[in-house]
Design a protein around this ligand. Sequence first.
Ligand SMILES: Cc1cc2nc3c(=O)[nH]c(=O)nc-3n(C[C@H](O)[C@H](O)[C@H](O)COP(=O)(O)OP(=O)(O)OC[C@H]3O[C@@H](n4cnc5c(N)ncnc54)[C@H](O)[C@@H]3O)c2cc1C
Length: 240
Amino acid sequence: MADYKTSLTGREEVCFATMSFNFEKPEGFQYKAGQHVDITLINPPETDEEGNTRTYTLSSAPFEEKLTITTRMRATAFKRSLKTVALGTEIELEGPSGSFRLHKDASKPAVFLAGGIGVTPFYSITKQATKDKQPHTIYLFYSDQKPEDAAFLKDLQNLEKENRNFKLIATMTRVKKDPSWQGETGHINIEMLKKHVPDPSTPIYYIAGPPRMVEAMQKMLVDGGIDEDNIRTEEFEGYD
Ligand SMILES: Cc1cc2nc3c(=O)[nH]c(=O)nc-3n(C[C@H](O)[C@H](O)[C@H](O)COP(=O)(O)OP(=O)(O)OC[C@H]3O[C@@H](n4cnc5c(N)ncnc54)[C@H](O)[C@@H]3O)c2cc1C
């Protein structure tokens, strides 16, 4: 894992209370879709006991020019600083790390289970798979509270139109009275999975999101008879 210096080149709100931050890709920096980095703020305007470093998955894909991370904006010193420092501010980047990457054997489908902002590795992997015309069948089960909370929902819907191997199953847990929502509702469960995945015993499963969601999904799969060897997880520590 290497250390790099980079600079903040842009930021934008991507959905409710969720922002993407763009960084210049440092010379020689290479990563695989789904990997993460440690971002350190150098002399930020404010700090707290959690310190100046956080881990983020790159929501950008390797073929894209810029590096992007995407996060839920909460009132922590780190995030307030990232939101207010001037564009061009120098930042330390360590990585990439992690093995949360699409498996090689395309005869096995991939099933992604995303909880909220846990969608970031799957967004990166799907963009790259679409660009590379990878033959894997990919199912993304994407659970959030409401469509306006779900980062990259529209982009993922567009990727589904572009990539016939990619199927998005978005499910919202708080839209019971919203007739404009046409997708699934409620938490991801084994019935929902079986409804959309023809043979649930064949895929490689990937789960990303808050630790409690990851634990619940893992249990759901194991209780549903999925071989533990075919389940990969990424816990977004720091979220309840
Ligand atoms: C491999 C990996 C990849 C990750 N990728 C991403 C990613 O792509 N995007 C992303 O957003 N995060 C990602 N995370 C999580 C990220 O590193 C941070 O932990 C997260 O963003 C929370 O940071 P924070 O500054 O909001 O809270 P921190 O200051 O780190 O505080 C965390 C603790 O304080 C509590 N807390 C703080 N503020 C609040 C609040 N307002 N309400 C409730 N509880 C609060 C939390 O429950 C938690 O226990 C990843 C983590 C890992 C390990």
